[in-house]
Design a protein around this ligand. Sequence first.
Ligand code: SF4
Ligand code: SF4
Length: 204
Amino acid sequence: MPYHFTFDLSKVPRFFFSEIARVSYQKGMHKTLLNTLRDIIKNFRIQEATGLNLSDAIILLQDFIDLQAVNLIERRKFIKSQKRALLLPHCSRKYMDSRCKAFFDASIPSYTCAHCSKDCLVNKADHFAKKKGYDVYVVPGGSCILKILKEHPYEGVVGVACGEEVKMGVAALESTDVAVQVIPLIKNGCANTAFNMETLVNVL
Ligand code: SF4
Ligand code: SF4
């Protein structure tokens, strides 16, 4: 499910994301968290850079922090995992129409990238992940994850999607033994979306 608002954090400095990581260490400090978020939004001019209003920016940042916390909690277990999968969102493909030459397997459902465009984010992520030994799925939604796991018992899963979708995926895996790492999109909108390739490389 998408957010009720659209965002594009691609013009936000990278230091913003390290600040998010730093704040997530303070997750126990609930009383100060809201003020900290307001300060970060102000310092990084998030409202000006994205056009978001304050309450939407806070929702977005809160999700980034929650997901960063998931990554920190799960990291050790994830590093020990052997058989891993990367789930990429179909909305980050360069094309969403017939110009995308990916093969679609409706039984999963998932696309397999056919590498038609060098500058496609999904193509780049697919190349890198496969070199690292990951199986890669380009999926239309987080609900596919349980179906994939039923067929392939992965020990570690990296999920890339917008915060809302990632949260649903994480909740679906809560009762399993699978180690999770998540990468929230920095630009949503359900088409031409973006994730940070450097973050993906670091997580994988
Ligand atoms: S590179 Fe892959 S995902 Fe991107 S448009 Fe081509 S086939 Fe589709
Ligand atoms: S932005 Fe992408 S991941 Fe999020 S709901 Fe839309 S299609 Fe799904």
